[in-house]
Design a binder for this molecule. Sequence first.
Ligand code: GDP
Length: 367
Amino acid sequence: TEKDLHCMGCGVVLQTENPNEIGYTPKSALEKEVVICQRCFRVKHYNEIQDVSLTDDDFLKILNGIGQTDGLIVKVVDIFDFNGSWLPGLHRFVGHNNVLLVGNKADLLPKSVKHSKVINWMKKSAKDLGLKPMDVFLMSAHKGQGIKEIAEAIEHYRFGKDVYVVGCTNVGKSTFINAIIKEVSGEKDVITTSQYPGTTLDMIDIPLDNGASLYDTPGIINHHQMAHYVDKRDLKLISPKKEIKPKIYQLNEEQTLYFGGLARLDYISGGRRSFTCYISNEINIHRTKLEKADELYRNQVGELLQPPRKNQLDEFPELVAHEFAIKHAKTDIVFSGLGWVTLNEPGAKIVAHAPKGVGVFIRESLI
Ligand code: GDP
C-alpha cells in the first residue's frame, strides 16, 4: 500500500477528498516539493486559523504512546505562563524516559531578570510539580537564543535514541523545532508556527543522523491558559513579542487595578505601597476605587476594559476572586498567561480576580 503523505506544516495525514476535514489539500498541491495542508497554508499566508475537531482524548492517546517508547523527552514550557503551560499529567506518559525542561520566550523577560534565577525557579517548580528533569534551559526560540546549547544537550542526553518534543499549545514548540532544524541543517521554517493555539496536529518525524528521529508531538490544549478565553485577534495583545516594560503603581488601601477586562487586583489592606506590574505592554491598566470596581466592570467590560471584546462577552468566563495574604518580602502574584505583579514588602491583603478556570497564584519574586 502507498504510504500516507503528511503535511510538512502540522504533520497531519493529507487527503484530497473533503475540504471540510483536517488534512485537506487540493490535488494540484501534491506535486509541490513541500506539501502543506490547506489549514497550514491559510495560517502561513493569511494568518487565519480554522478550527479542528481533534479532541483532548486524541491528543492524550498520541502522547500516551510516548510512555511506551524509549527516548529523550524535551518538555517545552512558556516561562511567561509557566504553570498555565505545564502539562499536569506529563509523568503519566514520561515512563522511564529522561526529560529536559526548556523554558521558552526568555526574550519577554525584562533585562533586570537574571536567567540563572529563572532557571533555579524552574528547577524548584518542576520538583514541586513532581518532575525531575536531567537539566533545565532557558531560550528564545523566536530569536534563536539558547538553541545551540539545547541542541548540544539533546545530543548528549539522548544516547542515540529518539527525541520527543512535548508541550502544550502556544508554548512555541513549532518555533523551537524550526530553530533546531535550522541549527542542525540550515533549513528555515519547515513547520507551521502561528500565534493561534493548536496548530500542530500529529507527530512530525524529523530524521536525526544515526537513524533515530526527533518527533514534534501535538500541542496539548490546556484549558487553564488565558489564551483560550480571548478573541483570536487579541492574542497578540496578551502574548507580547517584545521585552516587557514593568509599570509601577502606588496604591492606597481599597484601590483596584484592572488589566484590560481580563483580570483585576484589589488592594485590601497594608498601607500605601507600590505594585510593579509585568503585563504585556499592549494591555491597558486601569486604576479605580475598590468600592466602584464592580460597577465599573458591569458598565465598561468590552469598552474601556478590554479585551474581552464586546461581541465576545457571552462566552467570556466570569472573573473569580482569589484571596492572598502576602507574608514575605518580594512576592509575585501571577495571573496565568497574562503576567504578574510584584510586591516588595510583606503584610498586604490582596484579592486577585481572573476568568474562571485561569490560575492565579503567588510565588517568590523572580526579580
Ligand atoms: P506551538 O503551538 O507550541 O507550536 O507554538 P508556536 O511555535 O506556533 O508559537 C506560538 C506563539 O508564540 C507564536 O505567536 C510565536 O510567535 C510565539 N513565540 C514562539 N517562540 C517565541 C519566543 O521565543 N519569544 C516570543 N516572544 N514569542 C514566541
